[in-house]
Design a protein around this ligand. Structure first.
Ligand SMILES: C[S@@+](CC[C@H](N)C(=O)[O-])C[C@H]1O[C@@H](n2cnc3c(N)ncnc32)[C@H](O)[C@@H]1O
Length: 235
């Protein structure tokens, strides 16, 4: 088990760690919302665990938990990690697939190099980003497409929902192009639902489709992941 969960089994739960209770005073010029964000970061057990265990983001614990429960990443897998910066998921993936595998990570932001991971800075929604991914994969098919892509939240629920669904749909288009038979797809969506069309499409093309919300995904966030396994195409 990883990070905070390991501590949990020794009796100090995630919320227990939160009880450390670092309080941040509102500095002049800093908005109350920024102060609250900072306070939450400082008291977040996953942020603390990521620092301690060398992960670049608390997001790493989401993938670790999903992998632990659903046996997602396997030695030798070819993995495409979309929306990968700063690189927590790629760090988890490259450890699991080991030297026999391959991880290609793409983000709008620069990703500091990670040994064993090919990093690309590009917009996935542009042809150039897709073309660069295809070049890196060559004639290899992917075993798994991960997408943690999220556009910065606008605060407008419907706009945020539409934007994240557009990213998820684009990730699925690409997955259907490059996945090997029995391939897997994991993508961030928002609660309130993966749209019916998208779900129908996933159910048609994969043997199993479910929603997952790992413990590290904040309970007050609408974030959710859709996990599809057993790709029926790809041959
Ligand atoms: C939640 S973060 C990903 C965290 C990452 N999984 C990790 O473990 O460190 C979401 C990322 O999606 C990226 N993103 C959003 N839209 C994108 C796009 N069109 N193309 C590529 N990356 C995108 C953002 O730049 C951001 O870095």
């Amino acid at each position: 088990m990883s990070g905070p969960q390991k501590r949990k089994s020794r009796g100090a739960s995630g919320s227990g760690a939160r009880a450390l209770g670092v309080r941040v005073k509102t500095a002049k010029g800093r908005k109350v919302s920024s102060t609250r964000w900072l306070e939450r970061q400082l008291n977040d057990p996953y942020v603390q665990a990521a620092k301690r265990e060398g992960y670049r983001s608390r997001a790493a614990y989401k993938l670790l938990a999903i992998d632990e429960k659903h046996d997602l990443l396997k030695r030798g897998d070819v993995v495409v990690d979309l929306g990968a910066a700063p690189g927590g998921w790629s760090q988890v993936a490259v450890r699991k697939v080991a030297d026999e595998g391959m991880v290609v990570a793409l983000d709008l932001q620069e990703i500091e190099p990670i040994p064993g991971v090919t990093t690309l800075q590009a917009d996935f929604m542009e042809d150039e980003g897709l073309a660069r991914l295809r070049v890196e994969l060559g004639d290899r098919k992917a075993d798994i497409v991960l997408s943690d892509m999220a556009a910065p939240a606008t605060g407008h629920k419907q706009t945020d929902h539409l934007r994240i669904m557009a990213l998820c749909e684009a990730a699925l288009d690409f997955a259907e192009e490059i996945l090997a038979p029995e391939g897997r797809f994991l993508a961030k969506v928002l609660q309130g639902g993966t749209e019916r069309d998208l779900l129908d499409r996933l159910r048609r093309n994969f043997r199993s489709v479910r929603h997952v919300k790992p413990e590290a995904s904040r309970s007050d966030s609408a974030e959710l992941y859709v996990l599809a396994t057993g790709y029926r195409g790809g041959s």
